[in-house]
Design a protein around this ligand. Structure first.
Ligand code: C5J
Length: 221
């Protein structure tokens, strides 16, 4: 597939699917499924679940276009030696490493840490296990993208103002063109969803572009 254009704000973006990756951030059971970490913190997971179906449709289009698809998961080693003490002591009522309904919270290998079935990776799609909010911090994402010749990232996932935003900022600083699909990202806080998206496209696209699943699917068809 040759160069194409995606309708986006603050302006349409030219991209080449062969140098574009779909990056799906932290669509993990603990964040999205009832009784997971997110809900235990008192959040309404339906605000995140609305991103599942549009993301699934974009994932299908990206796979059909032969694009690189990358999945990320936030979480830690079972002994928590990769978790900064300052992160361990926060989280309100629930703490990383303690028992939750889907296993130990944000611990690799536990049921709640894994990706939801609707968006499960297939063979050949890299899964980046990240200890931080950003997908570039202490991971091999940058080298994987560079080795594939990737220049543009289309981003979906949760949560908009935390792990999606941090990854967009990290990616932008590393020279990637970052396009966030507004209906494929979700926040437990509607006001953060709104302002998080505004911040990306403000000032002529200070962190990147905002588009949606319909435009992305059209661009990749
Ligand atoms: C959070 C994330 N919100 N994936 N993680 O703690 O955004």
């Amino acid at each position: 597939m040759s160069r194409t254009s995606i309708t986006a704000e603050p302006f349409d973006l030219e991209l080449d699917p062969s140098t574009t990756a779909l990056v799906i951030i932290d669509m993990q059971r603990d964040f999205l499924q009832p009784h997971g970490f997110g809900e235990l913190l008192g959040n309404d997971v339906s605000l995140l679940r609305s991103a599942i179906e549009p993301t699934r449709a974009v994932l299908e289009a990206a796979r059909a276009a032969g694009m690189l698809v990358v999945h990320t998961r936030e979480g830690h080693r079972p002994d928590l030696t990769d978790c900064p003490p300052a992160k361990l002591t926060r989280g309100g009522k629930t703490f990383i490493g303690t028992d939750g309904p889907m296993g130990r919270i944000l611990v690799r290998g536990e049921e709640g840490h894994d990706i939801i079935p609707e968006l499960y990776p297939i063979a050949g799609e890299p899964v980046i296990d990240k200890p931080g909010k950003g997908a570039f911090f202490e991971t091999d994402l940058h080298i994987i993208l560079r080795n594939h010749g990737i220049r543009t990232l289309i981003l979906c996932g949760v949560t908009t103002e935390v792990c999606v935003h941090t990854t967009v900022r990290e990616g932008n600083d590393r020279g990637y063109e970052c396009v966030v699909l507004e209906d494929c990202v979700g926040s437990y806080f509607p006001e953060f969803q709104e302002v998080g998206l505004k911040m990306i496209k403000a000032q002529g696209g200070i962190f990147g572009w905002v588009s949606n699943s319909e435009h992305a699917i059209k661009a990749l068809a």
